[in-house]
Design a protein around this ligand. Structure first.
Ligand code: BGC
Length: 416
């Protein structure tokens, strides 16, 4: 009898052990990479982890900028069950770290020398209080324009380098019978377009307004001009722009139904997924007036505090993400550029090579700024107040740019 009991206990113990072992080598990942191009990039990560014996439990929550994903995250954390790793941006990482929710990646970071190869601008968000709390995947940038090459050629004009040239191309595309700008009317997309317009007013102005939250800059004449231009651009959209997903807007440009899209370089992932080639099928340029400057965001996997059993998988995931091999393979597909400075640009297409060179230049010149739209300029409460005014301006709420700028200054003062 005793023998039988002993055996039964042993079997149960073995079962428990194998179950917990299986779970310990899995990572449950919350992310918003759900479009075709994003899924292709995500597969690079899943495959790499699989090769290292790490299983993937998928938790996708669609929506660029990650707002919906962050709402889901809050519910999971409140229920006492955070995912292992969470795609996260900028100030959100700092907020969770401040609340003591994130783990610590210092050991793996020290072993692999992350401090030396990951730029300060990225470390500023991936570290909290001097400790690594997130694994940076990439660096994206919002001040890009994605143009259908055939539609541009048809205008007989060159790719625009100034505001006036941009307006001339848009007018010609309209006359040619296509929708000049493919856009999705969602607050984060409106804000993405606005990032570029404010950056075109100058890097110093952008910093003063979006990073320092200087009331005079927020409510002044340059901000009014940026809003006037936003209102002007809103006249080039099609009737169905409201609430369209960003990747469907990219598809309009890919198909030639629209001329161009103002969007971060994740849009390139959609063009590539559709088999299109830069320079042949589409053209990538910096938003006119922002050449030499980069408004960036960095996708990072914030690692939540988990039991010791799951920590090894977290560290293995972080280590795989920071490997130069992954940084090249993933970012080539994703449209972003590596989060480390020592990855060769050889595997990247011309837009990717330009992105890498632009980043190096901006980093050296001090023209690398955190994207307002992507939560890298100010914390969420401020960002959301900015979204409200920008979306209002896109939808005819203010009689002109000056009124919108005043509303912005007031909204920020209230949110501070
Ligand atoms: C992320 C990108 C993503 C885009 C659209 C951004 O917030 O940084 O990685 O592709 O949203 O989903």
């Amino acid at each position: 009898m005793r023998g039988f009991f002993g055996k039964a206990v042993t079997a149960a113990a073995i079962l428990a052990m194998t179950t917990s072992l299986a779970r310990a080598t899995d990572v449950e990942v919350l992310h918003w990479w759900t479009s075709g191009g994003e899924a292709a990039a995500l597969n690079v990560l899943k495959d790499m982890l699989k090769g290292e014996g790490i299983g993937w439990v998928d938790m996708p929550v669609a929506g660029g900028g990650g707002e919906a994903a962050m709402t889901t995250l809050k519910a999971r954390v409140n229920a006492g069950d955070p995912p292992t790793a969470v795609q996260m941006l900028g100030f959100d990482i700092q907020d969770w770290a401040e609340q003591g929710a994130l783990g610590n990646l210092d050991d793996v970071a020290a072993k692999e020398g992350w401090d030396k190869v990951i730029p300060q601008a990225i470390q500023r968000f991936a570290k909290y209080d001097g400790h690594w709390v997130a694994a940076p995947v990439n660096l994206h940038s919002t001040n890009w324009v994605w143009i259908n090459k055939a539609a541009l050629d048809k205008t007989g004009l060159a790719a625009p380098t100034t505001w006036d040239e941009l307006v001339a191309v848009l007018d010609k595309m309209k006359a040619d019978g296509i929708t000049p700008i493919a856009h999705g009317g969602q607050p984060w997309q409106d804000a993405t377009m606005f990032d570029s317009l404010v950056l075109a007013e100058g890097v110093d102005f952008y910093k003063k307004a979006f990073v320092d939250l200087d009331p005079a800059a927020l409510g002044g004449s340059q901000m009014a001009e940026a809003f006037n231009r936003l209102i002007k651009l809103s006249s080039y959209l099609d009737a169905n722009f409201s609430n369209r997903d960003w990747n469907l807007a990219s598809a309009m440009v890919i198909k030639g139904d629209a001329g161009m899209q103002f969007m971060g370089d994740w849009a390139k992932g959609e063009f590539l997924k559709a088999g299109q080639k830069p320079g042949t099928d589409f053209v990538c340029i910096r938003f006119p007036g922002t050449q030499g400057a980069v408004a960036f965001n960095s996708d990072e996997f914030a690692m939540f505090k988990v039991g010791d059993d799951k920590k090894a998988a977290q560290e293995a995931m972080a280590s795989a993400i920071e490997s130069p091999k992954f940084q090249s393979a993933f970012n080539v597909v994703k449209g972003s550029v590596p989060a480390r400075t020592d990855v060769p640009d050889t595997a990247f297409d011309d837009c990717g090579k330009k992105g890498i060179a632009d980043l190096a230049e901006a980093n050296a010149k001090g023209t690398l700024v955190g994207s307002m739209a992507q939560g890298h300029a100010a914390p969420a409460a401020i960002k959301n107040a900015e979204y409200d005014i920008v979306t209002g301006a896109m939808n005819g709420k203010y009689k002109d740019g000056a009124e919108a700028a005043k509303a912005l200054a007031d909204a920020i003062a209230a949110a501070k």
